[in-house]
Design a protein around this ligand. Structure first.
Ligand code: SF4
Ligand code: SF4
Ligand code: SF4
Length: 157
């Protein structure tokens, strides 16, 4: 198992028919590309991709986005079958939520309930409100995703 391949919106846009026909419910093909990334859309939601000429593209998109998994309230996509329960993401997340960098210095913050926990050998979001992304203003932390060597985590929103 390896780190997750993370296609960029422009790359996906270039794979799409680029007609902005709106049949998918999105106003543009670029919006559909973002919808694929956030998992709000599936490749099959674009009717033109179901035509024979687009079969290779559809297969490629299904490969990229057909892995299943559940997007938690925090926007973290978890693919449980890829998680080996190593706990690395829990450790880095705990450090992330209890420290902040200010003026180049690392400052300790108050303890918070953990966001992530390994339960029965699989990672789970147990308290997403502690996530730095849930702060006001949000901090676009993604160290959990970066730390996972098995591609089980992806921040999609
Ligand atoms: S249905 Fe497909 S081609 Fe039409 S706007 Fe949506 S993504 Fe683009
Ligand atoms: S999500 Fe990744 S880093 Fe976290 S416990 Fe599972 S395998 Fe380890
Ligand atoms: S984004 Fe940061 S704070 Fe949120 S779960 Fe991941 S490591 Fe923790």
């Amino acid at each position: 198992m390896a780190k997750r391949e993370r296609p960029q919106p422009l790359y996906l846009f270039q794979m799409l028919p680029r007609t902005n026909c709106k049949l998918c419910g999105c106003s543009t093909c670029m919006a559909f590309a973002f919808g694929l990334i956030s998992r709000d859309k599936r490749p099959e939601d674009c009717p033109p991709l179901l035509e024979d000429a687009y079969k290779p593209t559809l297969d490629q998109l299904k490969e990229l986005f057909g892995g299943g998994g559940v997007v938690s309230e925090s926007g973290l996509l978890i693919e449980e079958d890829k998680c080996v329960g190593c706990g690395d993401c829990v450790v880095v997340c705990k450090k992330a939520i209890t420290t902040m960098v200010y003026g180049g210095m690392v400052i300790q913050r108050e303890d918070k309930p953990l966001v992530l926990q390994v339960i029965d050998g699989r990672i789970q979001v147990v308290n997403w409100k502690s996530c730095k992304r849930a702060e006001d203003p949000p901090d676009y932390c993604r160290v959990c995703e970066e730390k996972c060597r098995f591609g089980a985590l992806e921040l999609v929103k």
